[in-house]
Write a protein that binds this ligand. Structure first.
Ligand SMILES: Nc1ncnc2c1ncn2[C@@H]1O[C@H](COP(=O)(O)OP(=O)(O)O)[C@@H](O)[C@H]1O
Ligand SMILES: [Mg+2]
Length: 318
C-alpha cells in the first residue's frame, strides 16, 4: 500500500517578531500507515498539527488530503480527517453514548446506530458506554475521543500526544486499536515526545526539532528486530590524531559520521562488515586507536544523536 493520504509541503508558521516556530516542514503519509511526529517539547508538533487541521492559519506551505488542496477544498478535505488536538471535552453528566450521539448529529452524513456500536466496540468501551462520562478514567475518555474522531469514517486520524496521562495498559490498548484501524486502511498521524512509545506504535517517524524536520525514519529498518545490520560505532583515538581519523573515515564508503564527541571520539553509523576495514585503514594511517565499540542502531540512538545540543551546534557551525 503506497497511496498517499496526506502530503504536507513546506509548512511554515511565523509568529510575531518574525520567529518561525515551524519551518518548511514536508512529509507524506501513506494509506494504512501509522506515522509518528516525534520531537522534544517545544519542537513544533502541536503547531504543525493545528495548521494541518485548520485550527490556526499557516504562514506558508500546502496540505493535500487525498490529493485535494486543503486551502481550496477545505470542507471536502476535513470530512476525511478525524482529529483530537486538545484533550477532547465531553459532557460529564451524560453517558458516553449520549455524548457520541450529540456529536454524530453534527456530522454532515448521517451516522447509523450500527456505526456507533461498531466504533464503541472498536475502542473497547461497550461495557461502559451507558455510564456517565464523569465515571470514566482518563484512558476511557481518551478512547471516547478516538471513537468520536473516527465516527464519520475518516481516512486520516490525527492525534496530538494521545498517550499523555494514560497508564501503560491504556497506552498498549491505544496502540492495539490504532493498528486495527490501520488494518482497515485508516492512517494515523500521532505526535509524541517519547521515543520508546513511537518505536512501538508507528511504522515510520518524522523527527522534529526546533521547528524543523530533521529526519524521517522507517521503524523496521532501525529497530533491533529489524533486518538492518547498521551499527552505531564509537571510536576513541588519540587527541592529536583527530584530523587524520576524520580523513580516514571519509575515505571509507558507507561510513557516516553521526557526531564528534569530546576531542577524541567519533560516533559513526556503518554496516558491521565495514568495521574491520575501517580499523585496518586507521592502523595504516598510524592513528592510535584506544577503543572501538559498536552496538545495533536503535531509533533512540538516532534520536538522541540528532537532537543533542552538541550536534545541533556542530551542524549550525558548519
Ligand atoms: N502563538 C505563538 N506565539 C509564539 N510562540 C508560540 C506560539 N505557539 C507556540 N509557540 C512556541 O512555538 C514552539 C513550538 O510549540 P508547539 O508546537 O506547542 O511544540 P510541541 O507541540 O512540539 O511541544 C514553542 O517554543 C512554543 O513556545
Ligand atoms: Mg504539543
Amino acid at each position: 500500500m503506497s497511496d498517499t493520504v496526506m502530503e504536507v509541503k513546506g509548512l511554515t508558521k511565523q509568529v510575531s517578531g518574525k520567529k518561525r516556530i515551524v519551518h518548511d516542514a514536508s512529509f507524506v503519509m501513506n494509506k494504512g500507515e501509522i506515522l509518528g511526529l516525534l520531537g522534544p517539547n517545544g519542537a513544533g508538533k502541536t503547531t504543525t498539527i493545528r495548521m494541518i487541521v485548520g485550527l490556526i492559519n499557516k504562514t506558508e506551505g500546502k496540505v493535500f488530503i487525498n490529493g485535494a488542496d486543503l486551502d481550496k477544498e477545505g470542507l471536502a478535505c476535513k470530512s476525511d480527517i478525524g482529529a483530537i488536538v486538545e484533550n477532547p471535552s465531553f459532557y460529564d453528566y451524560m453517558s458516553g453514548y449520549k455524548n457520541l450521539q450529540l456529536y454524530a448529529r453534527m456530522s454532515k452524513n448521517p451516522i447509523t446506530k450500527e456505526r456507533m456500536d461498531e466504533v464503541v466496540e472498536l475502542v473497547k468501551l461497550s461495557h461502559a458506554i451507558q455510564d456517565k462520562v464523569k465515571k470514566y478514567s482518563l484512558g476511557m475518555k481518551q478512547r471516547l475521543g478516538v471513537a468520536q474522531a473516527i465516527l464519520h469514517k475518516p481516512a486520516l486520524l490525527i492525534l496530538d500526544e494521545p498517550t499523555n496521562g494514560l497508564d501503560p495498559k491504556g497506552i498498549r490498548e491505544l496502540r492495539d486499536y490504532l493498528r486495527q484501524l490501520a488494518n482497515q486502511g485508516i492512517s494515523t498521524l500521532v505526535s509524541s515526545h517519547l521515543l520508546s512509545e513511537m518505536q512501538l506504535m508507528c511504522d515510520r517517524v518524522v523527527i522534529m526539532e526546533k521547528g524543523k524536520i530533521i529526519d524521517v525514519s522507517n521503524i523496521s529498518s532501525l529497530s533491533e528486530n529489524g533486518n538492518s545490520d547498521k551499527l552505531i560505532v564509537s571510536i576513541e583515538v588519540k587527541k592529536e590524531h583527530l584530523q587524520q581519523t576524520e580523513q580516514v573515515i571519509k575515505m571509507v564508503d558507507g561510513v557516516s559520521i553521526v557526531k564528534q564527541e569530546n576531542d577524541h571520539m567519533f560516533i559513526l553509523e556503518m554496516n558491521q562488515n565495514l568495521v574491520p576495514t575501517l580499523n585496518r585503514k586507521l592502523v595504516e594511517a598510524e592513528v592510535d586507536v584506544y577503543g572501538i565499540e559498536s552496538k545495533k542502531t536503535s531509533l533512540e540512538d538516532k534520536f538522541l544523536a540528532l537532537t543533542s545540543e552538541d550536534n545541533v551546534q556542530m551542524k549550525e557551525g558548519q
